[in-house]
Design a protein around this ligand. Structure first.
Ligand SMILES: [Zn+2]
Length: 251
């Protein structure tokens, strides 16, 4: 985390209602103000994550997402606008975030996470919010965060269910402890209602805020699972796998 930036009077005016949250206060706000978050993808999951990070007053958000906006993205990608169909998703996301909170710096990288860019992108961030639909990207983010000792919140959803896994490298189970290999039959196309992806996203955003500020109890070593069909929520205990090829040798 970059240090030094104190809260200004303007910060206190904007974030007044959350400064009142017990256990958060000026100290929590200053931590967020000095935090750079990398969000991989800004779609149905990453978009609401970005919006909540901007609302909370993170210092900088880096968005990595390739491709142009399509009409069928608009049932869930809440940072996008109809008039932007056919143009870059990442730029549309930046415009929305910058008009929502111009005091948050937004950098866009019009690329998805690959082996070529993961190391450099993770190096620029204090915390990573992984919100990619593909296991290849999620496992790559996990590997890079463990290697660089960066906090990670992996958020995922399918149909009416969500799964959120916060990771403290070297301390809690990583994504690869749970998924050593890409699960078979994982498909790019998935059923999704925007309210469900936004629910998973905001649980992930809150876990990240807790990891950074010490507010409440972060769920490292647990998976938060919900089924929005019944609104049943569970936290499932995870265990580090000593044989994990990503974090197994780290202490
Ligand atoms: Zn692991």
């Amino acid at each position: 985390m970059s240090s030094g930036k104190e809260l200004t009077d303007l910060d206190r005016s904007i974030y007044e209602w959350q400064l009142d949250v017990p256990g958060f206060g000026d100290e929590g706000q200053a931590k967020l103000r000095n935090t750079t978050a990398l969000v991989s993808r800004c779609g149905g999951l990453g978009g609401p994550i970005c919006l909540s990070l901007a609302a909370a007053g993170f210092g900088k958000i880096i968005i990595a997402h390739a491709g142009d906006l399509r009409l069928d993205d608009l049932n869930r990608q809440i940072l996008m606008r109809h008039e932007d169909v056919g143009s870059a998703r990442s730029e549309s996301a930046k415009r929305t975030l910058s008009s929502f909170n111009p005091h948050v710096e937004v950098e866009v990288v019009p690329e998805n996470i690959t082996e070529d860019n993961a190391e450099a992108l993770v190096a620029k961030a204090d915390i990573v919010f992984s919100a990619a639909p593909l296991f290849e990207e999620r496992l790559l983010m996990n590997q890079e965060c463990v290697r660089q000792n960066k906090l990670l919140v992996d958020s995922a959803m399918y149909n009416l269910e969500g799964r959120i896994i916060p990771v403290i490298p070297g301390d809690s189970a990583c994504l690869a402890c749970l998924y050593p290999e890409i699960p078979p039959r994982w498909k790019r196309r998935f059923p999704v209602i925007g309210a469900v992806s936004a629910l998973a996203a905001n649980i992930g955003a809150m876990e990240g805020i807790k990891l950074l500020t010490g507010l409440g109890t972060a769920n490292a070593n647990r998976m938060i699972y919900f089924d929005s069909g019944t609104m049943r929520f569970q936290t499932i205990q995870l265990k580090r796998n000593s044989e994990c090829k990503v974090c197994g040798k780290r202490s």
